[in-house]
Design a protein around this ligand. Structure first.
Ligand SMILES: C[S@@+](CC[C@H](N)C(=O)[O-])C[C@H]1O[C@@H](n2cnc3c(N)ncnc32)[C@H](O)[C@@H]1O
Length: 203
């Protein structure tokens, strides 16, 4: 299998090489919650890492399932919930094969797509489509991390892998998803350039 493994991510957590971790829930998630784009529902957070967003959603009354295949991530997310007196499921699972017991109303995708090798993006996109009920929302933060080696030599560099908007449109096609019109808001990241914030609706 190409790309990072759970052991790769475990080492990143154990050696504190977690530059993606804001130490708080993403300001874009908070904005979507505050403006009503996202209201309490049954939601999945794939690749939830240390669980900041899982905890924020749980605190706001969502029925949350955090998913991560790395033991350290699952432990941290569960600890965060316990410390906050919050209730949510955090399952140790590979998002490429996970099957929910019932469809989700929404998915919050933040730096999971860009953590997965592009060879597996088609499978991941199919999973997200299968998890959501028709009319469900995919709230995505698409990491923008283009490196010169990609455009000059076709190198596949990451993680984080660059989430080119044209590639994302091919993975989540109009036939399956309703896309809002660009331009999309840019979300600054303290250590990883920026993300594009896009809300898709599953047809
Ligand atoms: C870059 S981190 C992002 C964590 C979190 N979303 C955040 O923004 O703080 C990527 C996370 O995805 C998890 N991950 C990567 N591939 C996965 C897979 N196939 N199944 C489940 N989790 C995965 C890693 O273990 C890691 O915790």
């Amino acid at each position: 299998m190409t790309g990072p493994t759970p052991a790769f991510w475990q080492e990143r957590f154990e050696t504190a090489q977690t530059g993606w971790d804001r130490g708080a829930a993403s300001p874009q998630l908070v904005a979507w919650l505050d403006d009503g784009t996202l209201a309490p529902c049954r939601i999945a957070v794939p690749g939830c890492g240390a669980g900041w967003e899982v905890a924020e959603l749980a605190a706001r009354g969502f029925d949350v399932t955090g998913l991560d295949y790395t033991p350290a991530a699952v432990a941290r997310a569960r600890e965060r919930l316990a410390n906050g007196g919050l209730s949510a499921r955090v399952e140790q699972a590979d998002v490429l094969v996970y099957q929910p017991s019932a469809p989700f109303d929404a998915i919050y995708e933040q730096t999971c797509l860009c953590a997965i090798h592009p060879d597996h993006w088609v499978q991941y996109a199919a999973q997200l489509h299968a998890w959501l009920r028709p009319g469900g929302k995919l709230l995505a933060l698409l990491m923008q991390r283009l490196r010169p080696g990609a455009s000059e030599q076709g190198l596949i560099e990451g993680p984080p892998y660059h989430c080119d908007i044209n590639a994302v449109r091919a993975l989540f096609p109009q036939s399956h998803w309703v896309w809002p019109k660009p331009p999309y808001p840019q979300v600054k990241h303290p250590s990883l350039s920026h993300e594009l914030a896009v809300v898709l609706t599953r047809r």
